[in-house]
Design a protein. Structure first.
Length: 339
């Protein structure tokens, strides 16, 4: 397969996006509070674990069980919880200490999430909004964020301590999270990932019956998610929403026509073989098949542009309709052909 020549990238961009129609959501009331579970957890008396854990359970009903049994993976037996929780506290006290200063004031992050929820309510008025953000420190190989059974958004601060945090540079962590992943371990990604969890929740309950298998379908499905995420976070930089670096995003817009030509000329759009499809829809430092300039998961970018084209042609389509419309139908009706 022929790579796109680097000479294409004289990176002068006039405009990377269409003009957004952003609704006024200022009158939508969203009540949101932040509960700092990690502060109470790391303050417990390890010399009296049973009583300390009981107090923690009483103060953080619901999430305590999720934390110990689902996030830490401790068997649901009192002795196991006391022993394993104490071991975790000792192991992660340094990471907790590193989280105190950067997250001393969580209000700006909470406000960004609250604004995102206003847009969620505008577009999906029947969706039950979370009314709590619960922050925690969990295992490094665990969650960056989840929606809990009681409909709170739980945020694992251990994965938002800054891309240069020394723990992320250790061989053990680099094996879990290469630098192209850990560069996104910044506080700015917390609102984005909170909204991504809601997007996934919406797609899970509204997805079409037919499972997408062809590459073009998978790309459009990823594009749908970015489009909806963009509606929830209209003022957030696209680089944060896509996970690309700013330069990778600029490169992608500059080469939009050439990227599409590459997929067409190499007969990739209708491929279903995972070994052929995966390089274009999986995370990575780059899309090797295209070249050093490219972001990983370039299929997300292509799908996003196709979805934007379809939405421009279907101005009255709601986000609910976008989610439910099969990816193949969106592709065929968009008649996407970048210039």
């Amino acid at each position: 397969m022929k790579k796109i020549a680097a000479s294409l990238f004289v990176l002068v961009i006039i405009s990377c996006s269409h003009k957004k129609k952003i609704p006024d959501v200022s009158q939508i009331k969203v009540n949101l509070q932040t509960v700092r579970f990690e502060k109470d957890f790391f303050a417990i008396d390890t010399n009296n674990m049973p009583a300390s854990l009981q107090s923690l359970y009483a103060k953080h009903k619901g999430f305590s069980q999720d934390f110990f049994f689902n996030i830490l993976g401790i068997p649901p037996f009192p002795d196991s919880v006391a022993h394993d929780a104490k071991m975790f506290l000792a192991t992660y006290k340094g990471i907790y200490a590193s989280s105190v200063k950067p997250f001393e004031n969580f209000e700006p992050i909470q406000e960004d999430v609250r604004k995102g929820l206003q847009y969620v309510n505008y577009y999906f008025p029947k969706y039950i909004l979370p009314n709590k953000i619960v922050t925690f420190i969990g295992p490094l190989n665990s969650y960056a964020g989840i929606i809990t059974p009681d409909n709170s958004i739980a945020v694992g601060l251990q994965l938002y301590l800054g891309k240069d945090y020394k723990v992320y540079q250790s061989d053990e962590v680099l094996n879990m999270y290469p630098s192209y992943v850990s560069r996104r371990f910044e506080p700015a990604y917390i609102p984005v990932n909170c909204m991504k969890n809601i997007v996934e929740d919406l797609f899970a309950s509204n997805k079409p019956a037919k499972k997408s298998t062809q590459l073009i379908e998978q790309m459009v499905d990823e594009g749908k998610k970015i489009y909806v995420l963009d509606a929830f976070l209209p003022y957030t930089p696209d680089s944060l929403k896509t996970g690309y670096t700013q330069q990778q995003l600029i490169n992608s817009f500059a080469a939009e026509k050439e990227i599409w030509t590459y997929f067409v000329e190499n007969d990739l759009l209708y491929q279903t073989d995972p070994t052929i499809v995966s390089p274009y829809v999986n995370n990575g430092p780059k899309t090797t098949e295209l070249g050093e300039w490219s972001p990983g998961n370039i299929g997300q970018f292509v799908g996003w542009q196709i979805v934007k084209k379809w939405m421009e042609k279907n101005e009255k389509a709601t986000l609910q309709q976008l989610i439910r419309t099969p990816a193949k139908q969106i592709f065929e009706e968009a008649r996407y052909k970048p210039h």
